[in-house]
Design a protein around this ligand. Structure first.
Ligand SMILES: NC(=O)c1ccc[n+]([C@@H]2O[C@H](COP(=O)([O-])OP(=O)(O)OC[C@H]3O[C@@H](n4cnc5c(N)ncnc54)[C@H](O)[C@@H]3O)[C@@H](O)[C@H]2O)c1
Length: 344
């Protein structure tokens, strides 16, 4: 079987996780990653023995890498020659500039949330609109929060139809180690409607979505409260069954010690997951409550790692490796070891 050759642009928080996630797929291989500076992640790549070849993202920056003892295998342009697809995880806005090269080289690309939605031919989520990605050349992926909220919303929508959702996002203000964002001890209120609600309506236009956002001084995961108005009457049992059956959702009990966003981080660390990564979003079981025929619950978004599976679904759609979302997400899940885990 010919494996899809995948290159990754930008070896930062998302890029290194994309590389490792793709490397686990039996039908894909990582042909290289790019960056432009000897960052901590690039230095760690070198110390690990260069499991991925590093290409220089910007001409003229090779010297900075070579001077730091980092082996450089070529330029981004060279990587485009070797790759069937580039997962662009460079800083927001850089991907759109890189797209000119991808188009010139005839290589497909998936862009991350920091890019304008217009950079892709489709705004994609593996569970919510897989079929729209079939055969596409350029794709924009949802943000970590939108990726997370769409998992349960799409599952409810399929089961009983969703009329409206309202979501309040308690957004982490930085990733662990982001000292450039300053010391953090404030809660900053965002004006207007959060972009995640607008994104949900973009991908599932028949659902009305709205909500607000407050930035919180924390790094271990966003917390989102989702309020759902179903089209058909449902029960707490049905909703819980959908959540626990979802391979990319972990339902945990506060009573079992999952009291905070950091509890999921700590659990992932205790599992031995690299960097305490978790591909799954978390749901606090006790927060699932009904009011009349509507319900609400809180989810945890491990922002550094939850977008990896849907990126891989994107590759599957673009190369039509699987024709249906069920087959595709099942394959990604299999390779990443994702499966329903009941209530933790
Ligand atoms: N961090 C998160 O929680 C998160 C979650 C989901 C999506 N995203 C999105 O993923 C993308 C990447 O974000 P990140 O958090 O990984 O950023 P990051 O800053 O951790 O990593 C970006 C990497 O790209 C490198 N770089 C800089 N200029 C470059 C260039 N011209 N070409 C290639 N690489 C270059 C940087 O040296 C850095 O290593 C953004 O679009 C972001 O919105 C981030």
């Amino acid at each position: 079987m010919k494996k899809i050759k995948v290159g990754i642009s930008g070896y930062g928080v998302i890029g290194q996780r994309l590389a490792e996630g793709v490397a686990l797929q039996g039908d894909m291989e990582v042909v290289g990653v790019t960056d432009l500076a000897p960052t901590l992640s690039v230095r760690a790549l070198k110390e690990k023995g260069m499991p991925f070849k590093l290409f220089c993202a910007v001409p003229g920056k090779e010297k900075d890498l070579i001077d730091a003892g980092i082996p450089v295998s070529g330029t981004l342009e060279d990587l485009c020659e070797e790759a069937d697809i580039i997962l662009d995880a460079s800083p927001g806005g850089v991907g759109a500039k890189n797209k000119e090269l991808y188009v010139k080289k005839g290589v497909r690309a998936i862009f991350q949330a920091g890019e304008a939605t217009s950079v892709g031919d489709v705004f994609f989520h593996g569970y919510a609109n897989y079929e729209k990605g079939l055969g596409q050349k350029y794709m924009k992926l949802t943000s970590c929060n939108t990726t997370g909220v769409l998992r349960p919303i799409a599952a409810f929508d399929e089961a009983f139809g969703v009329d409206r959702v309202i979501m309040t996002i308690m957004r982490r203000c930085a990733d662990p180690g982001d000292t450039h964002r300053g010391y953090t001890n404030v809660a900053v209120v965002d004006p207007g409607i959060n972009h995640q609600a607008i994104d949900v309506m973009h991908i599932l236009p028949h659902i009305e979505a709205t909500g607000s956002l407050v930035h919180f001084p924390m790094t271990h995961g966003h917390i989102i409260e989702i309020f759902v108005t179903p089209k058909k009457k449902t029960t707490r049992e049905e909703v819980l069954n959908i959540l626990t059956a979802h391979p990319r959702i972990r339902v945990a009990k506060i009573a079992h010690g999952f009291q905070a966003n950091a509890s999921f981080f700590r659990y992932a660390r205790d599992l031995g997951n690299p960097r305490a990564d978790m591909y799954e979003i978390g749901v606090w079981e006790e927060t699932l409550q009904f009011t009349r025929d509507e319900f609400f619950f809180k989810i945890n978004i491990p922002q550094e790692s939850d977008v990896i599976p849907e990126n891989i679904d994107g590759i599957r759609a673009m190369f039509e490796l699987q024709k249906t979302r069920d087959e595709a997400v099942a394959m990604t899940n299999k390779y990443l070891g994702l499966k329903p885990r009941g209530i933790m």
